[in-house]
Design a protein around this ligand. Structure first.
Ligand code: 5GP
Ligand code: MG
Length: 478
């Protein structure tokens, strides 16, 4: 099960956290549209409101008023194929002997089954088949014997895979990022408190300041009175495994992530795309919205090289159509592309066109768009993609389809171009990504474009020595 989600946690001096949580979930809506939820604590008891649907539909004003307390966490859940529905919606909350726990998870564990089996033998009962519940039980179990920081550390030592978590233990809000930092997480300061969120855009929405990213292997504990935070570096790894796809597709362009503004990374990738495989056509246009920043960088670099090519909008997006990925059948996905995007005839009729997008997964979008552009009179359609071919599935939190569905798995770029009907097709090499991110290959997770992963995944290759969960708990034995 792949969970590509958004998480947030907030501690304030003397204002209820529910409203700012609600606003920040709005800011993170792109990270998940299936369900949304908030859990708060008022010093005596926990309150929660979790439902399927978009943030704007999930919360009525009365729901927000009922979420009492100056501390809380929130979650938006990404639709997984087959839709797991409300039983997996988050934050997950439990009461146990030493208090109450709320947990919001972005990522995916790769050792869920063995952990669940072990816990089940110890008498833990599970209500879902998700990995978040496993983390909650493991943490609850450790909290019976250890203080908060040690319990988190013991829990992290048992987890293998990706996780950015916001956790609430009674009224204390914590943020945790897995030792390889696969999913993003950052820390922000508000006038009257602190916030931990998947993306800095959520902090901006609250008129706060980004303090920094939460480090891989770090635990951040917010003071419940909003006065500050404590940091514990619980695990140290030589290399991180940041998901490059966050920068290419998933994150908002206005988010600052692991030291880079996402927009600038995408523009730089667009510039490199021109340098690698630029082609002078009458017009260059993005696939909205994900191709926009790439196309602007590409067009800028083309202009600097003196190319005679116009940068224009040639496809209009219907903003009320949801993401086409959640359509269950291929036929519906194809129809949905036409519902979602419509060509501007004047931009393309009788002209040669370069179309720019961030990625190709199944190939549905590009096949349909190229056909649409030809119907609208385009003479040639060249496709330029701002990332390498996606040849393998993601096990760490991006729900990307299986190998059989990936158009680039087992095909050459020429074959893919033929299949999608492009006059020419180019992708970026992996090196362009590491360069644009100014990062070593060893510090990124590139599993979906290399087929080798920074985690132990059954039946898949690894791209490095894996430090097993629990190995070398760092010196921070505080
Ligand atoms: P395709 O149509 O080839 O299956 O998917 C490619 C399109 O989907 C691109 O326009 C890209 O922006 C978008 N895309 C890439 N990865 C994902 C993903 O994980 N989820 C969703 N919803 N869209 C994606
Ligand atoms: Mg797109």
């Amino acid at each position: 099960m792949h969970e590509k989600c958004g998480v947030v946690g907030i501690s304030l001096a003397d204002r209820d956290a529910a409203r700012p949580l609600y606003y920040s979930l709005y800011a993170l809506q792109h990270r998940g549209q299936e369900a949304a939820g908030v859990v708060t604590h008022d010093g005596f008891q926990q309150h929660d409101h979790v439902e399927t649907g978009l943030v704007g539909d999930v919360f009525d004003p009365e729901d927000i008023d009922a979420l009492k307390g100056t501390n809380g966490i929130g979650h938006v859940r990404y639709p997984t194929e087959g839709g797991l529905g409300a039983s997996c919606a988050q934050p997950f909350s439990v009461s146990f002997k030493s208090g109450s726990l709320g947990l919001a998870h972005n990522g995916n564990l790769v050792n869920t089954d063995s952990l669940r089996e072990e816990l089940a033998t110890l008498g833990h009962a599970f209500t879902s088949d998700g990995d978040t519940e496993v983390i909650a039980h493991e943490l609850a179990r450790n909290l019976l014997e250890q203080d908060l920081v040690r319990a988190v550390k013991s829990t992290m030592g048992r987890l293998h895979g990706s996780y950015s978590l916001t956790i609430m233990h009674d009224e204390t809000v914590l943020g945790v990022r897995d030792p390889q930092g696969n999913r993003p997480l950052c820390l922000g300061e508000l006038e009257d408190g602190y916030v931990i969120a998947s993306e800095s855009a959520a902090i901006d929405t609250l008129d706060g300041d980004l303090v920094r990213d939460v480090e891989p292997g770090e635990l951040v504990v917010l003071h419940p009175d909003g006065s500050g935070f404590d940091s514990y570096q619980l695990f140290d790894r030589e290399h991180s495994a940041h998901c490059f796809f966050e920068h290419v597709y998933f994150a908002r362009p206005d988010s600052q992530m692991d030291g880079d503004l996402v927009y600038e990374v995408r523009r730089e990738l667009g510039r490199q795309l021109w340098a690698e495989s630029g082609i002078e056509t009458d017009v260059v246009m993005p696939v909205p919205d994900s191709g926009r920043s790439f196309a602007s960088g590409y067009a800028e670099a083309a202009g600097e090289d003196g190319a005679d090519t116009e940068f224009a909008e040639g496809l209009m997006k219907n903003r009320y159509v949801g993401r086409t990925f959640i359509m269950p059948t291929q036929d519906e996905r194809e129809r949905a592309v036409r519902l979602k995007l419509n060509p501007i005839r004047d931009t393309v009729e009788g002209r040669t066109v370069t179309l720019i997008d961030d990625s190709v997964v199944r190939g549905t979008t590009s096949t349909q768009l190229i056909e649409l552009l030809r119907e609208a009179g385009a003479e040639e359609v060249h496709l330029r993609i701002g990332s390498p071919p996606i040849v393998a599935p993601c096990y760490l939190g991006i729900d990307m389809a299986s190998r059989e569905e990936l158009i680039a798995a087992g095909r050459s770029v020429e074959e893919i171009g033929e299949r999608i009907g492009a006059d020419s097709l180019s992708y970026l090499p992996v090196e362009a990504v590491t360069e644009a991110l100014d990062s070593d290959r060893e510090d990124l997770c590139l599993g979906c474009v290399t087929g080798a992963y920074p985690y132990d995944i059954e039946g898949e290759k690894r791209d490095r020595e894996i430090e097993r969960p629990g190995s070398e708990p760092a010196s921070a034995d505080d």
